[in-house]
Design a protein around this ligand. Structure first.
Ligand code: PMP
Length: 444
């Protein structure tokens, strides 16, 4: 009997080893890591260059408390990150994961507004659905009732606006009027809340687990920036899932050429080699906070040299392999294949995404966008079938308005076209199996 208690319905096989896009269980069964874990293992598993860099760092030191020592590994990684970040965002604070990165941004934002004599600002507007982490601060700005409900009384109530799900609202995502329509909801919310109470707005440039690779409509990201500027509201890009190249640009927001005031990074940044995340902040914000007495924050493991050495090597692998551009190309190929399946399976109501942050959504009726009945439990059933067939994908059913079962298909950025074919074949087979089961499931 296992002493661990994670949320899996049945015990999972024991992982024996992993290499490239493949994972092998102890019984020898092979799985394609079609979701890079939880959109983490961006450069695939067991990359020798990263393992070498980690071994070399281990020989030097595995821990140096950040208040006692600077380390070469963290300095080097910070430099590489700043070189990729938008101009002016030149300060980095390392953490060990996405929730920690989000918490760090919220706290730096708050300390910054205090230095500006704007202590009335504390509200963080976010979107629903959205996911920003599982700690209580990050959860307060998360728009997923399934995750937040038990903890509601323990959290600050933060205002939310709808995510721009144009496909559900019957709007044309390529029409700039659609982008304006959704972005202006932010302005209205700021006015309703009282502009002098609003500290920040947080947004995932391309939606992740909550919306299933939702791409913002034309003009949305730019208009959001304008609105934040007009009302003195800080803009936080949660790039925990999009940062690191998966969408076909290093930061997801590069597609729209907009820059935030703060960025959260994690997942693909450590790429599964070490727990790693970061907050990237505007230099002048950090300066103001430091001058006013310092940032009242810090996790014991922040800036861990082993994690930073891994992150640094991951960035080199991404650069040397041209993996960002490859991700854009493979993303197009994957979307083509998913659209092919969509033609054959009316159940697939939408295919969306950017680069290799790609998803499809199942619906009862493509025309009306009616979701499948909740009782079918489609999001978990199709994942289980695919898993048994040797393909790992990631799914969620998000409530909050009309919504359905969506599936993220996000293989490591090293995936080849042949491997995409292999994945598509398994998905095809799994969808057929799921369809065959449906009448029985509906009758139960
Ligand atoms: N923000 C986003 C956009 C995420 O996708 C996630 C993880 N799914 C988080 C924050 C939280 O990251 P972590 O699970 O590493 O704490």
């Amino acid at each position: 009997m296992s002493h661990l208690f994670y949320q899996t319905k049945s015990p999972r096989p024991v992982l024996h080893r992993a290499e490239g896009i493949y994972m092998y269980a102890e019984d020898g069964k092979r799985y394609i890591d079609g979701s890079s874990g939880a959109m983490v293992s961006n450069i695939g598993h067991s990359n020798p260059a990263v393992l070498d860099a980690m071994r070399a760092q281990m020989e030097k030191s595995t821990f140096g408390y950040r208040l006692h020592f600077q380390t070469e590994a963290s300095e080097e990684l910070a430099e590489k990150i700043v070189a990729r970040a938008p101009e002016g965002l030149d300060k980095v604070f390392f953490v060990s994961g996405g929730s920690e990165a989000v918490e760090s941004c919220l706290k730096l934002a708050r300390q910054y507004v205090l230095t500006q004599g704007e202590g009335t600002r504390y509200k963080v507007i976010s979107r629903y659905p959205s996911y920003h982490g599982c700690t209580l601060g990050a959860l307060a700005i998360t728009g997923m009732s399934t995750m937040t409900a038990p903890f509601d009384p323990m959290m600050a109530r933060m205002p939310k606006i709808p995510a721009p799900r144009a496909y559900l609202d019957g709007l044309d995502a390529d029409d700039p009027a659609t982008g304006l329509h959704y972005a202006n909801m932010l302005e209205q919310k700021i006015l309703d809340e009282g502009p002098d109470t609003v500290m920040a707005f947080i947004v995932e440039p391309v939606g992740g687990a909550s919306t299933g690779a939702l791409v913002p409509p034309a003009g949305y990201m730019q208009r959001i920036r304008e609105i934040c500027d007009a009302y003195g509201v800080l803009l936080i890009h949660d790039e925990v899932m999009t940062g690191g190249g998966r969408t076909g640009t290093f930061f997801g927001a590069e597609h729209w050429r907009t820059a935030p005031d703060l960025i959260c990074l994690s997942k693909g940044f450590g790429a599964g080699y070490a727990p790693l995340g970061a907050m990237i902040a505007r230099g002048d914000m950090v300066e103001a906070v430091m001058e006013a007495g310092g940032f009242v924050h810090g996790f014991t493991y922040a800036g861990n040299p082993l994690a930073c050495a891994a992150g640094s090597a991951v960035l080199d692998v991404i650069d040397k392999g041209g993996l960002v551009a490859h991700s854009a190309r493979m993303g197009d190929k994957l979307a083509e294949r998913l659209r092919g399946l969509m033609q054959r399976y009316p159940l697939i109501g939408d295919v969306r995404g950017k680069g290799l942050l790609t998803a499809f959504e199942l619906m009862a009726d493509r025309a009306t966008k009616e979701p499948l009945p909740k009782s079918l439990n489609a999001h978990s059933r199709l994942v289980d079938i695919a898993y048994d067939n040797g393909l790992i994908i990631y799914s969620r059913r998000t409530r909050g308005g009309t919504s359905g079962d969506h599936f993220l298909v996000c293989p490591p950025m090293i995936v080849t076209e042949e491997q995409l074919d292999e994945m598509t074949d398994i998905l095809d087979r799994s969808l057929a199996q799921f369809m065959a089961e449906m009448p029985r499931m509906a009758a139960e």
